[in-house]
Design a protein around this ligand. Structure first.
Ligand code: ATP
Ligand code: MG
Length: 409
């Protein structure tokens, strides 16, 4: 169905380039529809209309919605980049004028050199790509506005001749990946650390819808620690369209572990209890898998033997997207997605009272299962699960709140 856009009202146009999903074959429509659905949801409270045409995403909006649209595109998984474009008539004079405007704006921002990248999708247009570039570049170099540099230009001015002609400068790079929602649902064990938010984001990039669970031990862990995790859930929900954060109180569980398990095993036993509760939640919300931020060898509970013990308690596939990454790589992504500053706040999500001085490094699956059984802890885990609290976060709400007071761009 063709959507008519009222261009008198929706005066601004954005173009997004589709990423990996263009490699999909017969089921490409599923991927495209999910992408469209995600951006429309993000912009539900905004004067904007999104559509897909010939492998490009277009967002048309009123002038006062530019900030909201740019925020939503910055967080949209499934596109490789976006640009604000001039949509002009398909005649060479109109294109020249648009190129001039882009060039002058680039010069004001400090650019000195440029190149033109022309594409003719509409083959009925009389000039081919090479001719379009040749016919338009002169408007900038003839009067010395910018010099041509085809190898390393400061800016690349793109011209796309489609149902209209789109002219734009320098695309903003985004998250790439597959649209969230095409690869099932995962339950992320989200702590207040650096790793788990990155793990959730990594799975979102593969198209997975991510729901979250956090275990706290108030008053041994602080309210600020929980607040920190709520903030992290909200940040990652901007990429994942929306998410629910389930908060489970493990205070009694932790006390039982302290009473009954050998001290060296206490962290491992806590992980196993988390896994038990995660199994229950995954079943309840129909998640296809469980996700953690574990990375091989990072801490004592993440030796290959101890990872095997944790995995032995998982009833769904256990995904560890960071398993082969080092801390620096994880921190780079945390910085990119904006979780790092929150993750390094000092409020710990585990208490020293419950942390063993000498944790077991190479536990066996059978010994661990035996210790777990001896704690008779399942009913406490069940009770904690039943009493969980649920918070919901969505990009739609953030966009709505941030841009509720209309701004100008
Ligand atoms: P992170 O930086 O994600 O906290 P970490 O390096 O501190 O990870 P651990 O504390 O061993 O490592 O936790 C390993 C993984 O177990 C975490 O990445 C997370 O997925 C999960 N996890 C740990 N603590 C909690 C918690 N309190 N609530 C929910 N999940 C948790
Ligand atoms: Mg941690």
């Amino acid at each position: 169905m063709k959507t008519e856009i009222d261009t008198d009202f929706y005066t601004e146009t954005y173009l997004g380039k589709l990423g990996e999903l263009t490699l999909k074959g017969g089921n490409i429509k599923v991927f495209e529809n999910q992408l469209l659905c995600n951006i429309r949801l993000a912009l539900e409270t905004v004067d904007a209309k999104a559509r897909l045409q010939s492998g490009r995403l277009y967002v048309h909006c009123a002038k006062n919605s530019c900030g909201a649209v740019e925020y939503a595109l910055d967080h949209l998984i499934g596109i490789t980049g976006w640009a604000k474009v001039q949509a002009v008539e398909k005649n060479i004079e109109a294109i020249r004028q648009a190129v001039r405007r882009e060039g002058e704006a680039a010069k004001e921002n400090g650019a000195r050199t440029f190149k033109i990248d022309a594409r003719r999708e509409d083959k009925s247009f009389p000039l081919n790509s090479y001719q379009i570039a040749a016919e338009t570049a002169g408007v900038l170099f003839d009067d010395g506005t910018l010099a041509v540099d085809v190898h390393k230009p400061d800016v690349c001015i793109s011209i796309e001749v489609r149902e209209k002609c789109y002219v734009y400068c320098s695309q903003k790079k985004t998250c790439r990946g597959l649209p969230v929602g095409v690869s099932g649902k995962g339950l992320l064990l989200l702590s207040g650390g650096i790793d788990s938010p990155v793990a959730g984001y990594r799975m979102m990039r593969r198209g997975m819808k991510v729901e979250c669970v956090y275990f706290h031990s108030y008053p041994y862990t602080s309210e600020e620690a929980q607040q920190k995790v709520q903030t992290l859930a909200q940040i990652i929900s901007q990429y994942g369209v929306d998410t629910h954060l389930n908060v489970i109180s493990f205070t009694e569980v932790q006390m039982r572990i302290k009473q009954k398990a050998p001290e060296a095993y206490s962290t491992l036993m806590l992980r196993l209890c988390m896994m038990k509760a995660a199994n229950m939640l995954a079943e309840r919300i129909n998640a296809d898998c469980i996700i953690t931020g574990e990375s091989l060898g990072q801490v004592a509970s993440q030796t290959i033997e101890n990872l095997a013990v944790t995995e032995s308690f998982a009833e769904k596939p256990l995904l560890r997207p960071l398993v082969g990454l080092d801390k620096e790589e994880i921190m780079d992504t945390a910085n990119f997605i904006g979780t790092y500053e929150t993750s390094i706040l000092p409020y710990e999500d585990c208490c020293v009272l419950f942390s063993p001085k000498h944790p077991v490094l190479r536990a066996s699956v059978s010994d661990s299962a035996e210790i777990y059984a001896s704690m008779e802890i399942d009913s406490l885990v069940q009770k904690a699960f039943d009493e969980r609290k649920i918070f919901r976060y969505s990009i739609r709400d953030v966009v709505g709140e941030k841009w509720a007071a209309k701004e100008n761009c």
